[in-house]
Design a protein around this ligand. Structure first.
Ligand SMILES: Nc1ncnc2c1ncn2[C@@H]1O[C@H](COP(=O)(O)OP(=O)(O)O)[C@@H](O)[C@H]1O
Ligand SMILES: [Mg+2]
Length: 344
């Protein structure tokens, strides 16, 4: 009988995306705005990682940095971004564009502004398909564009747009908000990415449509075996979809871990605040308590706990720089009280 050997360290799965020490900042008239500060995280093949935090936490800027989409006066000031073994910050603009189109795609928060208003859905889908699928490009060169067109119809069908062939000729404004999100997902998926970054895919939608779009994203991910980063301000969204959660606050990771641990045993007062502010499906009678106060400005922000001004448990020690508790990337917390509470 053959006994299988334990996988050696080298055979263990490598992350599809590995971010280390990412810092992204914007020059503003009032000073440097440090939007993302020392962000490290891994996404494993096939995994869905949720990025959660209030508006202004640095979620979108983090992944716009990964996609190479930060424009002056913004810049990635430090850090390493390795995707599928490629050190993205060292790639040429041309190579980065190829990665962005072929292997990694991002859907933007606002579908209406992200889609081109003056092009039909067909034109926008064909642009992606022709730019990234060599077989189809070859046949299109010979005047046989039918293959690309067929793919475009298939993509719209995949995301559940009724009468797909007919609707290809429509412009973005002719679709509802939910349908526009679906179209953006179809365009993102048209290049068959290994990693899909979905930035608040359901924020602008009403509750029933939200559920449909999330369900769609979940089933496509499983079907296509994609890795995914799901950005949201809503913890109930990640609870449904994600294997792991990274909580961001004011430019920093404050907590990360498996979804069940984050929901069941949150260690950071900010995460607990987010949980208390999230309506529970199983107990809608329970009142939600929003976190008092607002996210601080990140221009000239002192080196202290970023949550200090809003924290119910703050202490003098929180007025110095607080590090993430563990070098382990799978369960981390940035709070001086976390050790004590973990033991309690
Ligand atoms: N183009 C920009 N110029 C200046 N500041 C920006 C720009 N884009 C984002 N920021 C700032 O970076 C911070 C993080 O923004 P963002 O990543 O969009 O937050 P989130 O996606 O978590 O809501 C915010 O303070 C925001 O104002
Ligand atoms: Mg955002």
């Amino acid at each position: 009988m053959q006994v299988s050997q334990p996988a050696s360290a080298t055979e263990r799965q490598q992350p599809i995306l590995s971010i280390r020490g990412l810092c992204t900042e914007f020059a503003t008239p009032a000073g440097v705005l440090r939007a993302v500060q020392d962000l490290s995280l891994d996404v494993m093949p096939g995994e869905c990682v949720g990025i959660v935090g209030e508006s202004g936490s640095g979620k979108s800027v983090s992944f716009a940095s990964v996609m190479g989409l930060i424009k002056p006066p913004g810049r990635v000031a430090a850090g390493e971004i390795v995707f599928a073994g490629m050190d993205l910050r060292k790639l040429s603009t041309q190579d980065m564009r190829a990665v962005r189109g072929k292997r990694m795609a991002m859907t933007m928060q606002d579908a209406l502004t992200a889609l081109n208003p003056s092009m039909t859905v067909e034109q926008q889908l064909l642009e992606v398909i022709l730019a990234h699928d060599e077989d189809i490009v070859q046949s299109a060169r010979w005047g046989k564009n039918a293959k690309a067109y067929k793919r475009a119809v298939e993509m719209l069908e995949l995301v559940g747009i009724p009468s797909a062939a007919k609707r290809l000729r429509d412009y973005p404004h002719q679709f509802s908000g939910g349908m526009r999100q679906r179209i953006m997902i179809a365009i993102a998926l048209a290049c068959k990415p290994d990693l899909l970054i979905a930035d608040e895919p359901t924020t602008a939608l009403d509750v029933t449509i939200q559920a449909q779009v999330l369900e769609l994203i979940g089933s496509l991910r499983r079907e296509l075996g994609m890795s995914m980063v799901l950005i949201t301000h809503d913890l109930s969204v990640v609870a449904e979809q994600c294997d792991r959660v990274v909580v961001m606050y004011a430019g920093q990771v404050v907590e990360s871990g498996p979804t069940s641990e984050i929901i069941g045993q949150a260690l950071h007062p900010y995460t607990r605040g987010l949980l208390a502010a999230t309506p529970r499906v199983e107990d809608l009678a329970m009142p939600v308590r929003p976190i008092a106060g607002t996210v601080p400005s990140l221009i000239n922000f002192p080196r202290q706990c970023h949550f200090y001004s809003r924290c119910q448990q703050r202490a003098d020690a929180c007025l110095s720089e607080i590090a993430l508790s563990e070098p382990d990337v799978w369960r981390q917390v940035r709070c001086i009280r976390s050790e004590k509470e973990r033991c309690a």
